[in-house]
Design a protein. Structure first.
Length: 388
């Protein structure tokens, strides 16, 4: 039998992090002690009170059965309560919130709910690869919005052709941003909401990194903006805020019709989030921010260490106010991929080529700050030894 996979798979480049893992294994097989600054997977542990809540909930037989598709009432209430406390946004937990098996799942499934074949999806470039895959898997046509340094890595809505805006169905935004670590203010979101309302476009905002912030910065929610509830949905993950990447839990909030459509998709493709994990997430959402301040202080110390080291060897980068990433320009004479490959092969340090996030990421690399400071310092010393 000759098996032929679906042609839509040919539309995707090799998944960025899978390719990095392959290269890393090759170097490790040579006996090199590899330090990975590639994937943004927090090394700081899930706070103990969240873990304990999961242990207790996992012992209850009631939680061993199928969960509610859109999440426990108490989970959605906790998510909406967190939004009210954090952003001053009041939401209806029954109609304007939905539990997710991590925000990646929701982001991937959302286009099924709103994108028809031929619809244009506006995608930031560089950007999280799932925005693109969710588009093309559903027959959408991607239109890339370049994020350029001279514009603060924000898209220029005025540069989008009128015909593209007319045909567009969905626009993705992500601030604080992965991979650039750029931030956006409320004035930017007002422009985004107006653009989407004027052109009848759904606005989907990925706010997974909102709580990893420094120097007094507080990320806004698009739902704070007047008119956003008419067109917007926002995706939040507990992965970064609560160091829960492996737990797979998040939520979407916003426009009731969009939340309902996403819920309909999920009813048909998954069976919800394990209830013990939801109970743990409730504990995180309602348990205060003391540990978060400690974790952000650790990331900030790592940020300062890495920025100083990169500048010392001539790699230009901004000092990020949020996320645990540093977005740095590659040295002259290198592409993103060639510099990444040289660093990995000659130093055993894994970094991420900006080109893996899109065409406009060429000329940059991303450093993740999710290793202990002593390992980060060792990575810095190895990179310093390179002769550029």
């Amino acid at each position: 039998m000759q098996i032929r996979v679906a042609s839509r798979l040919s539309l995707l480049p090799p998944y960025l992090f899978a390719e990095l893992d392959r290269l890393k294994r090759e170097v490790q097989q040579k006996g090199v002690d590899v330090i990975s600054l590639g994937i943004g997977d927090p090394d700081l542990p899930t706070p103990a009170h969240i873990v304990e809540a999961c242990k207790k909930a996992a012992q209850l037989p009631l939680n061993h059965r199928y969960p509610d598709y859109q999440g426990l009432d108490r989970f959605r209430e906790a998510a909406c309560g967190w939004y009210k406390s954090r952003f001053g946004v009041v939401l209806d937990p029954q109609k304007e919130a939905c539990a997710l098996i991590g925000s990646k799942e929701g982001i991937a499934n959302f286009p099924i709910a709103v994108v028809d074949p031929g619809d244009i999806v506006l995608i930031p470039d560089p950007g999280y690869p799932v925005y693109f895959s969710g588009c093309v898997f559903n027959g959408g046509e991607p239109y890339f919005m370049p994020l350029r340094k001279e514009n603060g890595f924000l898209p220029d809505f005025g540069a989008i052709p009128a015909e593209i805006a007319r045909r567009a169905k969905l626009m993705w935004l992500n601030y604080p941003n992965n991979p650039t670590a750029a931030t956006a203010d409320s004035a930017f979101f007002r422009r985004a909401v107006k653009f989407c309302l004027d052109n009848n476009i759904v606005l989907a905002h990925d706010i997974a990194y909102s709580e990893i912030a420094f120097d007094g910065y507080r990320a806004p929610s698009v739902l704070e903006i007047d008119g956003a509830r008419e067109c917007a949905i926002e995706f939040h993950s507990l992965s970064k805020t609560y160091s829960m990447t492996g737990w797979r839990v998040g939520f979407a909030v916003g426009n009731a019709q969009l939340i309902g459509a996403l819920g309909t998709v999920k009813t048909n493709v998954d069976s919800g989030v394990f209830q013990a994990v939801q109970e743990a997430a409730i504990t995180g959402l309602t348990g205060g921010d003391e540990y978060l301040h400690r974790y952000c202080a650790i990331y900030q110390q790592r940020r300062d260490l890495m920025v100083e080291a990169l500048c010392a060897i001539g790699l230009v980068c901004e000092v990020p106010r949020a996320t645990f990433y540093i977005w740095a320009s590659v040295p002259k004479g290198y592409t993103s991929a060639s510099f990444t490959e040289r660093v990995l092969k000659e130093t055993g340090v894994v970094i991420t080529p900006g080109s893996g996030f899109g065409k406009s990421g060429e000329g940059y690399v991303r450093f993740s700050l999710t290793v202990p400071s002593e390992r980060l310092q060792e990575a810095v010393e190895r990179i310093k030894a390179l002769r550029m």
